[in-house]
Structures are given as C-alpha cells and as structure tokens.
Design a protein around this ligand. Structure first.
Ligand SMILES: Nc1ncnc2c1ncn2[C@@H]1O[C@H](COP(=O)(O)OP(=O)(O)OP(=O)(O)O)[C@@H](O)[C@H]1O
Ligand code: SF4
Ligand SMILES: [Mg+2]
Length: 329
C-alpha cells in the first residue's frame, strides 16, 4: 500500500535575469510511490532537483518555487490528503510537524543560535499540541531523548556549544518528537565526518524502528543509501531515470547514468583511480532535447537526441527511462 502517491509533478523556479523571466525546471514530470514503513532514497548529482522534489512533495512551496502540474497524495490510515490542493500555508502547516516532518538541507539553521535547545522543543510542541503543564512537556521530551539515546543535559545548551553531529541529532529529534507518519530528510549526514555520519544513520534507523514511520531520504551519498534504504530513485536533470530495490540498483543497474554514478564509487581493495562521472549536468533552464542525459551518455543513439524516454518496467519494481531498455524487451 502506498502512503505517498506522486503523479506527473512539475515544480519550477521563476528567476529573472537581465529583465527576462526564466523557468528553472527543477522537477519536471516526476511520478513515484512510497510504500508505508519503507525508507525510500533519492540520489543524484548536485543541482538535479532532489531538494526541490522533497519540498514539493512535502508541501513546502514558497516563491520563487511554483507547482506547475501534478498531484501529491498522502494515504494515511484515517484520511487521504491531496497536499497540493490544501489551502495555502495554514492548512499545510497543520499537517506538517504532526503527520509529516521535514528535516531541511543545512538543518543546523533550524536551531536558533541565541536560544537554548529546550526552547526549540517548546516551539515545536506548542505549535501543535496544547500542553500547559511543563512537567508533562518535560516528560514527553525526556522519553523521546531517552529513546534516541540522547542526554537531557543537551536541553540546556546553546547550539554553538554542541558539535555538528550532536546538533544534527537534535534536529532529527526535534523533527520526530511528534511521531510523524512521514519524515522527509534532506542530506541529514552531509558535512559530517564518516564516524559521526554512522551515528546519525544509526539514529535514523532507531527512530524508524521505534516509531514505525515512513522515511524519504535525500542524499547524493550512495553509500548512505546502500546502508539505509529499501528502495532508491536516481534523479537526473529534474527527472527520475531509474527506480529499484536497493540491492537491485547496486547489483543490476540498468540506466547508463546509474552505471556512471556507481563507477565513480570507491571499492574496497580496488587501488585503481576512480573516475568521477564525466561531463557536467545540464542547465535546468535550457534543458537538452530528447533524453536529457544524451550529451553525456556513452550509449546515445540518434533517437535519444529527439525523443524523451518514459520510465518503463524493467523487472519487478524496477523502472528505467532509457531506450536501450525498450530494445531489450
Ligand atoms: N530559490 C531558487 N531559485 C532559482 N533556482 C533555484 C532555487 N533553488 C534551487 N534552484 C535551482 O534548481 C535546481 C535544483 O536545485 P536543488 O536544490 O533541488 O538540487 P539538489 O539536487 O538538491 O542539489 P544539491 O545536491 O546541491 O543539494 C538547480 O538548478 C538550482 O540551481
Ligand atoms: S535514452 Fe539514449 S541517451 Fe538516454 S540514457 Fe538511454 S541510451 Fe543514453
Ligand atoms: Mg539539495
């Protein structure tokens, strides 16, 4: 059963340059489903539209971002919500924090530098629940921190007194205090060193086990996806180009772009130099015709310059947007 159903979503930024309006086609016709209780990963190079997709799917839409087309539906046990049709921010805000929560990229900024951590917890809880009794509030937060293996003493600290890893844990604790059904996490481990990253991944796994929520995880770091996710979507220039179970994605990838990304990963014991993916991602203002990957694709054919490949089934739960896949059928 899918808890999130995204159909033909298009989300563009309008930017002005030299007096002309340009559209940045950051999410350009994306459809996917997320199953209840799974960890669904979204990967791809910088600028391919991962954060924008997460914002659009979680209903965080502010100018210059605009939804051009498409549908995002949440199927909760008790209610079906079409998030994009909810009346502006007030109604969406009611859903956010309680039913869904968003851990934004660069989430250190979520914590107010001049307020103690406890205040941030107050703000979140007060915005959604009416807990007049502060002892009840303290109990609730204490229980949550205990479950996550965090010490109550952090509540009295200012953000700058904590390490980057601890601040990130606190941000995740804040995003999950109200036990949301869905958590959207954008690069929660980026900018942390590898050991600290491991701790944050463990924390996310712990929360998921404890609260039984569904998690959408965005990171460009494929090793984190391999470690954490059940299924993975690869984005290229505003589109999903491949989607599969994580095992299948890493062992039997099909899209030439996925192959390129995986080739650039270091392998244990392999001393040869790793090449980073050759070429650069295209502008999302002037996107290439046909298959957007064709200027970088070693397999590009004549038709790839003219026609856009749709995502098609390449196996159970495996979808690929490449004409080579059509030929193999
Ligand atoms: N506020 C904005 N106004 C105009 N264009 C924007 C804005 N925010 C992002 N973009 C553009 O939209 C495209 C997608 O950006 P997005 O942040 O979604 O990518 P990303 O995949 O999350 O990248 P990263 O891995 O660097 O976080 C990029 O071309 C980016 O320059
Ligand atoms: S459709 Fe063509 S250009 Fe695009 S990935 Fe497949 S072979 Fe390469
Ligand atoms: Mg991003």
């Amino acid at each position: 059963m899918s808890i999130i159903d995204v159909k033909e979503l298009k989300a563009y930024y309008s930017t002005e340059k030299y007096g002309r309006i340009y559209r940045v086609r950051a999410v350009d016709g994306v459809s996917f489903q997320v199953h209840k209780n799974e960890i669904f990963g979204i990967a791809g190079e910088s600028g391919c539209g991962k954060s924008t997709l997460l914002k659009a799917v979680s209903g965080l839409i502010k100018p210059p971002l605009e939804i051009m087309e498409g549908e995002v539906v949440y199927n909760f046990d008790d209610i079906r919500l079409d998030i994009l049709s909810l009346k502006e921010d007030k109604q969406r805000r009611k859903v956010r924090g309680v039913r869904i929560s968003h851990v934004p990229q660069g989430s250190m900024s979520v914590l107010n530098p001049v307020r103690r951590i406890k205040k941030s917890f107050h703000d979140i809880v007060d915005a959604h629940l009416k807990i007049e009794d502060r002892t009840l509030f303290d109990d609730m937060v204490k229980k949550h921190l205990d479950a996550l293996g965090l010490d109550w003493s952090v509540m009295h600290a200012f953000p700058h007194q904590l390490s980057g890893g601890m601040r990130q844990r606190i941000t995740i604790a804040l995003a999950t205090i109200l036990k949301p059904d869905i958590i959207f996490a954008d690069e929660p481990t980026t900018a942390l060193d590898v050991v600290v990253q491991r701790g944050v991944v463990q924390l996310i796994k712990k929360i998921k086990k404890e609260q039984q929520n569904t998690l959408i995880m965005v990171t460009h770091d494929l090793a984190i996806h391999a470690n954490l996710c059940d299924r993975l979507a690869i984005m290229y220039a505003g589109k999903i180009v491949e989607e599969a179970d994580v095992d299948i994605m890493f062992n039997q990838p099909k899209h030439p772009y996925t192959l390129m990304l995986l080739k650039s990963l270091p392998k244990l014991g392999d001393k040869s130099n790793r090449v980073s993916a050759p070429g650069a991602p295209p502008s999302l203002i002037h996107v290439p015709s046909g298959c957007r990957f064709h200027p970088r694709c070693p397999e590009a054919m004549e038709r790839c310059r003219k026609e856009n490949p749709e995502l098609i089934e390449a196996g159970k739960g495996h979808r690929v947007a490449c004409f080579l896949e059509e030929g193999s059928k």
